[in-house]
Design a protein around this ligand. Sequence first.
Ligand SMILES: [Zn+2]
Ligand SMILES: [Zn+2]
Length: 176
Amino acid sequence: MSHHQQLQCQGMNQEKKQHTMSYAPYSCSCGAELPDQVTAELHASEANLCTACFGTTEEEPFPGWRRRCLACAGTGRRGPQLVWELAHVEAESVIPVRVVLALLPGRPFRLSELADLVRERLNLAPGRLPVGPRVRDVLLQLREEGEVELISAPDQLMDDSGAVLYDDPYWVRTVR
Ligand SMILES: [Zn+2]
Ligand SMILES: [Zn+2]
């Protein structure tokens, strides 16, 4: 982690707040030409801004529905984004599928409940690893394999294409 803390400090020294970016269309207050997403992401990275939200600290997964940017934990900065990316990779190795499978309750359970069980079993300090997102990914994989089913109705219909939002849904282990 010390390597990345260093990166963050360098970034704070270099950045003199002259880059305020926006998207749709991509632009920056410094006047850089940003014709496409790749150029914009590169520019964000150079300006030490999060390459997902371009420093706006918010993302809009569906038109009209904004939330805190998950990539940079709502900071808008590249340093925390890099640290969080590493934490996601780490969570994949620290939280293996078999551990999640072994902890599945025999009754309907919520995603947050299972994440708590995993945190407890593996003795994970709160807030350091993205346990919830990792457990959700494992559950989606287990659903593909027929091990679990999602039993909650969606909390919100997001758009005409049928995209839906689940807040903290109930899952159940498949009986065989
Ligand atoms: Zn700029
Ligand atoms: Zn961000």
